[in-house]
Design a protein. Sequence first.
Lengths: 361, 361
Amino acid sequence: MKIGIAGGGQLGWMMINQGRKLGYHFNAIDRDLDYPGLRDADRGFRYDQYREFVDESDVVTYEFEHVDDRVLEYADRQGKLLPGMEPVMLKRDRSKEKIFLQRNGFPVARFFVADSIDHIAGEIDRFHKAVAKSTTGGYDGKGQYIITDGKIPPGMPEDRYVVEEFVAYDTEASVIASRDVDGRKAFHLASKNVNSKGMLLYNVAPMDDFGMREIVSSLLDRLHYVGTIGVEFFIKNGRPLVNEFSPRVHNSGHHTLLGSSISQFEQHVRAISGLPVPEPQLFVPSGILNIIGREIDHDMMSRILAVQGTQVYWYGKAGIRPRRKVGHVNVVSGTAEGVEEKIRSLMEILYGERLEDFLIY
Amino acid sequence: MKIGIAGGGQLGWMMINQGRKLGYHFNAIDRDLDYPGLRDADRGFRYDQYREFVDESDVVTYEFEHVDDRVLEYADRQGKLLPGMEPVMLKRDRSKEKIFLQRNGFPVARFFVADSIDHIAGEIDRFHKAVAKSTTGGYDGKGQYIITDGKIPPGMPEDRYVVEEFVAYDTEASVIASRDVDGRKAFHLASKNVNSKGMLLYNVAPMDDFGMREIVSSLLDRLHYVGTIGVEFFIKNGRPLVNEFSPRVHNSGHHTLLGSSISQFEQHVRAISGLPVPEPQLFVPSGILNIIGREIDHDMMSRILAVQGTQVYWYGKAGIRPRRKVGHVNVVSGTAEGVEEKIRSLMEILYGERLEDFLIY
C-alpha cells in the first residue's frame, strides 16, 4: 500500500512515523524536499510533480488544508483523495464552514458574514463583544480581531470576515475521532485545551464529554468522512458550541501518542487504507505541551526527559521563530491534575518567565 | 545527534522508528542497502564503508551480535561503541557467556564445555537429559541438540559445544532493562515467554519477578552496560536461572511498544545518546505474537486489527520463509489472561492448524 501525503509538516511526519509499523510505503509532497514529512517519506515530491505523486500513490490524503490545489484536484479526479474535497473546501473559507455547521444543525456561536469593515460597523451592535476572523486568513490566531462595544480596532485591514459573538467559555475542548470506509466510527476521549495568544499551549485528556462525541459523530456522517478529524469546542455552562473542525489529524490530538491504545495518526492511516479503526482506550491521563519558537539543546532535552512520564517529539524544522511549533512534549500521570502539574514544571524548564517572548507576533 | 546502527534487521528498524521522535539522524550499516533498517535510515551504508559510517556517527550501537567485526572494532577504537565490545565478545561464544555468568555468581544451569562429540560422550553421564548448544552457532534453536540418557542424536555434527543440564522449567521469562551513562537503571516488568520449536511464539507481561530484576541489575553493573539489554530466564520452582542475555533490544521486549510508558527501543536510543532512562510504567497487560514465515494480505491484516487492542508491525523483509520472523502483533487487554486469549484468537487467524508448517527447519 502506497500512501500519498499532501503537505510536509509535522503532522505528515508523525503520520509516517506512526504508520510505518504497517509496512506501508509513504510518498509526500510540498514546496520543497526539506520539509520534515518529506525527509522521512520513502519518496518526496515537489508540487510541480503532483501528477507523478498521485499516480505513484494508492490513496492520497492531506495533513494541512492549504496545500497546492493541483494535488487535491488531480487526486480527487483519480478517485484517490480521502477524506475528500468537501472538508477542504469548507475549511478554505471560514464563512462556508460556519454556514455549513449552522445549516446542518450543529451548535455554533451567533455570527454574521461581512464583506467589509463598513459592513461590520453596520451590524456589530448585535454583539457586545465579538471576534472578527478573516474568512481566508490563517490559523493559530492569525487574522483575528476582537471588537468590543462596536469599536473596530485600529489597523484592522479590509477583508471578508466572519464576525462571531465572543464566547466567554469555561473551557476550550477537542474531540479527535475517526471513521473508516465502512462508516464505523471511533472516538478518542475529549481533551481540555489551554491556549495562549491564540495558540494551543497545552492540553490534557480526558475531560467530561458534555455531548461532544454525539456532535462529532453526526459531523463525521454528514461529511461521509473517512479518516481522522479534530473538532474544537467551546464549553460554556456545560453546553458545547462547535468552534471549528480540522479535516485531518490535529495538534490537540498529539496526546494520543502516549498513554493511548492507538494514536490519531495511526487511526488516520488505518482508515484511509481501508483497515478497521478500533475504539481507542486511554490507559492513563495524558497531555502535551507545545514547544513553540525555541531551540532545545541536549541539556534541556535531558531536563525535560528527567521528568517521569514524558516523551519529546522534535520536528526538525529548518527555521525556528516566535509562534512556530517546533516540537511537543507528551506527558502522562495517574490523574489529569498530575498531568497539569508536570506540564507546569516543564513550562518552567522550557519557557521560564519568558513564555510571551516565544509567542509574539 | 547522529546514531549509527550496525545491523539492518527489524530491531534496528524499530529503533529508528522509536528514536525518530527525538529528532536524531540515523545511519545504519549491513551487507546491502535493502535491509529494513537501512531503508528507513537517513543514510544506509554497506560494510565496506564501515569507516565512513563510524566517522559520520556520534555514537555507534548494534542491533545484532553477528555484524561485521570491522564496524565494531573501528567504532570501539574511536570511543563510539555502546554498549561496548565485552558483551558482544561474550555472545560470540556461548562458552564464554556461560563461564562469565558462572564466575560472576549468576545462577545458571549446570554445564560443561566440550571440544568434540567424544568429549561429550565422556562426560554426559553427569546429566540424565542435556542440551548441547554449538558455542558459535546461531540462535532461535539452531545448532541445538537434546541428549537423553547419554544418547548422542544421529547426525549431530562435530563442533564445540556448551552442554547444559536440561531444565524442565515451569516458565521461560525475560526482563528488559536499561542503564544510562551515569549508571542509573530502569526495568520493564518481566514477561512470560512461550516458545515453539526453539522460537519465541508469543509472550505476555507482566509476570511475577522471582528476583530476576536484582540479577539483571547486577549484570548491568558488572558489564558497565549502557543501553538496553534482554535477559532470558528459566523459572523452576520459583527460582530463576539465567538462560542467556542479549546485549541489545530483544524480541521478547517488543510488547513494550504498546501499553508501556516507553519502549525498549526508545530506552536504548536515550541511553546511548546520554539522555536519562525513566522507570517504565506498564499501563496495562501487554504481549506480542510473532508473525513467522508467512505473508499477510490486506484481508488478513484487517482481521487481525479488528481484534480490539492490537497493532501490527510488518518488517518489510525481502524474503519470507519458514522460521523467519517477518512481523509481530502487539496485544493489550485488561488482564494477562485476556492478552493470552486474544493471542490465541490471533494464532487461529494467522496460523490456523498449520503453525508447524511455518516453523519447520
